[in-house]
Design a protein around this ligand. Structure first.
Ligand SMILES: Nc1ncnc2c1ncn2[C@@H]1O[C@H](COP(=O)(O)OP(=O)(O)OP(=O)(O)O)[C@@H](O)[C@H]1O
Ligand SMILES: Cc1cn([C@H]2C[C@H](O)[C@@H](COP(=O)(O)O)O2)c(=O)[nH]c1=O
Length: 204
């Protein structure tokens, strides 16, 4: 367990429901009296904002390194302090996103891992959301604009790459689960995650 809080990461393809599930899980935890910190990557710090602002032209290795640097800063300045304050941190995207998105951008995942392997803490639990590729495709089709990497991937390919990332990180000792969100409203997805959430360490 990390400090006295819990570090939970939500992962899965563009449009699978990470942001929606993060909000539903936060509501559920808060209704039980838990302290919750919802965050995501790229972060809202200057480097994270720069990455988002330049997502069309920041590519390949430069993007992979920028995302890893933002992640390191995000851990040090936001995630670790929130964990130390006993919060459950819900993070929308983390290292698995890099293993998948930077692969879609042409990099070997082993190189991407080398930029991220030393980062600490690792999540207490990583939750991969999956649903029907056609459902994801229909959601993405409704978006007014799609980012460069959204266009580079497809629901089927991303689902397969997240599965591959999960297998790799299982081998690194990460605690991970996959939740099939088919026909489940967000509050029920949140309830399923809650059932797997490690208990908090008692405050010292
Ligand atoms: N469990 C669910 N049931 C039905 N619709 C959902 C569910 N979860 C999310 N949605 C809908 O799917 C769409 C995409 O959701 P969301 O933005 O949370 O996905 P995301 O994975 O965060 O996407 P991105 O990675 O591209 O930011 C939204 O319209 C949202 O309302
Ligand atoms: C965490 C992470 C992010 N990115 C890039 C890919 C997209 O341009 C954005 C994510 O935006 P979304 O609103 O969450 O879909 O950031 C990346 O390339 N690698 C990463 O690890």
């Amino acid at each position: 367990m990390t400090a006295t809080g819990r570090f939970l990461v939500l992962e899965g393809p563009n449009g699978v429901g990470k942001t929606t599930t993060a909000a539903a899980l936060a509501d559920l935890l808060r209704s039980r009296g838990d302290r919750v910190h919802v965050t995501g990557e790229p972060s809202t710090a200057p480097l994270g904002r720069l990455i988002r602002a330049h997502e069309a032209e920041l590519t390949g290795r430069a993007l992979a390194l920028a995302v890893a640097a933002d992640r390191s800063h995000h851990l040090d300045t936001e995630i670790v302090p929130a964990l130390a304050a006993s919060a459950t941190v819900i993070c929308d995207r983390f290292i698995p996103s890099s293993l998948v998105l930077q692969q879609l951008d042409g990099l070997d995942p082993r190189e991407v891992w080398s930029y991220n392997a030393a980062l600490r803490p690792i999540p207490d639990i990583t939750v991969y959301l999956i649903t029907a590729p056609a459902t994801i495709g229909a959601r993405l089709a409704q978006r007014p604009r799609r980012s460069r990497l959204e266009q580079a991937g497809s629901p089927d390919r991303e689902l397969a790459l997240y599965q591959q990332a999960r297998r790799f990180l299982d081998g690194q000792g990460w605690r991970q689960i996959t939740i099939d969100c088919r026909d489940l409203p967000a509050d029920q997805v949140a309830a399923r995650i809650l059932a797997h959430l490690p208990r908090k360490d008692p405050a010292p």
